[in-house]
Design a protein around this ligand. Sequence first.
Ligand SMILES: C[S@@+](CC[C@H](N)C(=O)[O-])C[C@H]1O[C@@H](n2cnc3c(N)ncnc32)[C@H](O)[C@@H]1O
Length: 528
Amino acid sequence: MAWHYNPVVSWDQKVEKYLSQALGHSEFTRITHALSRPSLKQSVRVNTLRSKVEDVASKLNSSISLTSPASSLHVHPQIPYILTLNGAGPRNVDYSPCNGREVVVNRMAGEAILRGAQVYCPGLLAASGGLAAGDLVGVSVALELPGSRWCGIPRGMVLDGEGKKRQKQQRSCHEDNGVGGQGRRPGLGAEVELPDRTHLFLGMGRCVQGRRAMFRNQNGLAVEMVDRVYDVPSLNGILPGEIIAQALPSILAAQVLAPLPGSRVLDMCAAPGGKTTMMAQLMQDRGEVIALDRTHAKVTEIRAYAASLGLTSIMAIKADATRAVKGWQSKDKTLSENPSDKPRQFGTPEEEMSSMNEDGGEAFEGFEPESFDHIMLDPPCSALGLRPRLSHTWTLDQLYRMADYQKALIHAAVALLKPGGTLVYSTCTINPAENEGNVKYILQRWGGRQSRSCEEEAALACKMKLIPAEPVLGGPGLSIAECASMNSQDMPWLTPYDADLVQRCDPSDRDGHDTIGFFIAKFKKEIL
Ligand SMILES: C[S@@+](CC[C@H](N)C(=O)[O-])C[C@H]1O[C@@H](n2cnc3c(N)ncnc32)[C@H](O)[C@@H]1O
């Protein structure tokens, strides 16, 4: 048996129509296809404050040649402290040594396996009966059913042979593992119609433990992958403190801001700290990088991350960045509270929207207006550019709400920036409302015609000038010219001139970088 990995990942209908209109049908189709595959070019940032690029390259070469002989390593031609690690795939895996034995993992585990991870017990949903340690198994991923966060496969289910569509749920079946949300689950002993998995096999693995133990254990390795559809080397635990695995456009965003040593920089939405640490590195760890995040655990994470890289210029503070201007603490929230008790899953609407509503907590007075030389605003976003992604559950309403939330952060950023200072606005989404839409909002709102009518507005009586986001690795933004046939009145298109100043990184490898979908815009603050 050799199945071809070819998942069909669907969108909410209205979102599909909107994105397909905005990006063009063929571009949207290409992007949807790319998003369900891992990027085959991984970027590794070298901590140049600690190590030399050539030393790291040679150490990394020897460690990956042992684990992933098919991979290769190159210094990035435009940004010399980035190493690009090339993976391979998709490959046809021969599953015949498995003799029909298999395991099914949940979506999050499946996405991690595509990025090079192993199969851990919590990610398992179902397995063939009688599996023993040492057995070879085909590993497939279950996708959520349309309109539901349940995938149709109850955890603990016994699979009795690939290809069989109807399976009897066994008495040993465990209750839902928390991945499920809505949708009716079958009772014990019920007949279950299994979704077709033939295009969802991710490779072949060897069981590390028997079936019973796999489902009994809460943690630990269940299956070690021996042959994968995509061979993307895992960098977990390799050269700690010397390298940082980070998506190319995320590194690029900090490089576009290019803060100089000695400057005062604010990273408004900083966790886990990829751009924060990158900016401190560009500043030779001299000056001040203030990193805000509204989640306590994430602030702790930024501090630990900075310490592990030996950076001392970073100060992480738990704060709500929409209120980071002194005197704005009593401002109304833009969004109503939306506490979520659902399991946290990165990039789902629930995860991203709940991160907006974490308690602002710690006493924080805010910063004086116009007190930062540079500001990085990489706000929570719909993350529709991240890959591999095997489920798209955002609704149009949620996408617009996200763009509105970002506007509240933009207001604070503009107020906190010194005249002459620069702001980078970036997202990891392909959603025009959060990208070109917010750039257009800034240009309309701070186009140079404000009156100094009230105290707060005084801090905002400025012009935000769109300036080139350089170095250029991505393509231009969406412009009116491209979409002339559409009703562009309410659409967030930019003028062709402005579209050329921003960068839209295309996840479908159109620009040759085979990376995530990303957007970067840079502004300079001018006083009227
Ligand atoms: C896209 S992530 C930032 C990624 C980060 N810039 C990096 O490169 O590693 C967005 C972050 O914003 C945080 N966040 C959401 N709302 C916030 C707010 N009002 N103030 C501060 N942080 C916020 C979330 O907790 C999340 O960690």
